[in-house]
Design a protein around this ligand. Structure first.
Ligand code: UGA
Length: 450
């Protein structure tokens, strides 16, 4: 099938590359000329494991352009995967969605085209996009045959390709069966898992056909918000229990495992620590609260999850204050800037918030991240954070080190070597990933958030 993808960010690019790998002819459109030129050279504009390799495998089916005119008229399916950042009052800012819909309407060909909302968009956006496209088609005195579908994305950054090729489920929301059927055929090789697995992305053991949820537009839109909000509150729940665990002297890791092995609960997303960051959970929980408010509803649980998440960041400062009494004039090192390992994405990263809070209190902050430092330099040139080339450099002369992103290389640092280089060897493990006994044997005072 001929497919166009609007927006070459995480979601758009991953979707486009996976569909091209499955055999479709895909055109990715993005207004950023430099990004498109880089993609044409096979360079990926962000850090995502295996994406460059999959682009190489699928390049015969991939075209990159900045022009809607080159992408839309021939397409049978147009995915809209543009950004929907948080706008005023927590509701998403829909300016990119609006201009994408307008651009599609201006260039739509005469044949039946399915326009798919892939970005996380507010409930009702399917109808809204449809009306914007219709207006743009009519404005040029043309007629077009199209329908809008919702096909929310559930990929995680860092494992985006794995999540896209081997998903837990595919959700398709459409108000007519004709529309949904176009998407079933598009995804057929993935739903039936009939494609040859890429050598670097093996199919999980016992992977069977992928469950398909076929529903109406509004339900598909709500599924995405409900899923992300649930994952967020699962994390906040374990962090709230962690707070109590600390007071009563319980081990939060054991509590999480003991809870999670109940199949009704599940062990995943119960990793206690500094809480969630990233471009999705904060934005989507805010949007859910804002949407509910439009309908006169107060999403108390989701609001609570957001508050707990924010409180975890404050607790880092509280812990340091309790340990060191005076923060002014201290040097504190941060290990990990990205919002999670295997990405260079800094959006809503807890490390940024913590660094800012510490600098406001007169702390000298040093930091290291295996992949996100270039992005950090570009986006936060005036942050005041001193970037170091190695974790060892972060530790040297510091009064405390905070492990904020659990990159695998931080787990096995040579603690015996690091401790004597520090002003005072204090380690605040904000992710509960270090071997406490080992770190303590090396002479560190080990602290955690629970
Ligand atoms: C999240 C969802 O997991 C995806 O299903 C969804 O498609 C995506 O948002 C989206 O809406 O686009 P992502 O934000 O990439 O994916 O990353 P996650 O792996 O979900 O992690 C989010 C944050 O939660 C990270 O900061 C992570 O460190 C934190 N986390 C995760 C915890 O603190 N504890 C956990 O147990 C799990």
């Amino acid at each position: 099938m001929k497919v166009s993808i609007l927006g070459a960010g995480y979601v758009g690019l991953t979707t486009g590359v996976c569909l091209a790998f499955l055999g479709h002819k895909v055109t990715c459109v993005d207004p950023d000329k430099r990004k498109i030129e880089a993609l044409e050279r096979g360079e990926v504009p962000f850090h995502e494991p295996h994406l460059a390799e999959l682009i190489e495998l699928a390049k015969h089916n991939l075209t990159f352009t900045t022009e809607y005119a080159q992408a839309i008229p021939e397409a049978q399916v147009v995915f809209v995967a543009v950004g929907t950042p948080t706008g005023q009052g927590g509701a998403p800012d829909l300016q990119y969605l609006r201009s994408a819909a307008h651009g599609v309407g201006e260039h739509l060909g005469p044949h039946f085209t399915v326009i798919v909302n892939k970005s996380t968009v507010p409930i009702g956006s399917g109808n809204w996009v449809g009306s914007l496209v219709r207006d743009a088609v009519e404005a040029r005195g043309a007629s077009a045959s199209f329908a809008v579908a919702s096909n929310p994305e559930f990929l995680r950054e860092g494992t985006a390709l794995h999540d896209s090729l081997y998903p837990d489920r595919v959700v398709i929301g459409a108000d007519e069966s004709k529309t949904a059927e176009v998407l079933y055929s598009l995804y057929r090789p993935m739903l039936d898992q009939t494609f040859h697995e890429p050598p670097f992305l093996p199919r999980p053991d016992r992977m069977a056909a992928v469950p398909l949820i076929s529903t109406d537009l509004a339900s598909a839109e709500l599924i995405k918000y409900a899923a992300n909000a649930f994952l967020s509150l699962k994390i906040s729940y374990i962090n709230e229990i962690g707070l109590l665990a600390e007071r009563v002297g319980a081990n939060i890791q054991h509590v999480a495992r003991g809870m999670g092995l109940d199949a009704r609960i599940g062990t995943r997303f119960l990793q206690a620590g500094i809480g969630w960051g990233g471009s999705c959970f904060g934005k989507d929980t805010a949007a859910l609260v804002a949407t509910a408010a439009e309908y006169g509803l107060d999403m108390q649980i989701v609001r609570g999850a957001r508050d707990v998440n924010q409180r975890q960041r404050e607790r880092v400062v509280e812990k340091l204050l309790a340990e060191m009494k005076i923060l002014k004039g201290r040097t504190i090192g941060i290990l990990g800037l990205a919002f999670k390992p295997d990405t260079d994405d800094l959006r809503e990263a807890p490390a940024l918030d913590v660094a800012k809070k510490l600098i406001e209190r007169g702390v000298r902050v040093k930091a290291h991240d295996p992949v996100a430092m270039d992005v950090f330099r570009r986006h936060y040139p005036d942050s005041g954070v001193i970037l170091c080339d190695t974790a060892e450099e972060v530790a040297a002369g510091s009064d405390a080190v905070l492990l904020i992103t659990e990159w695998p290389e931080y787990r096995d640092l040579d603690w015996d070597k690091l401790a004597p280089t520090m002003q005072s060897p204090v380690m605040l493990d904000c992710r509960h990933v270090l071997d406490r006994a080992r770190v303590e044997r090396a002479g560190f005072k080990y602290l955690s958030l629970a």
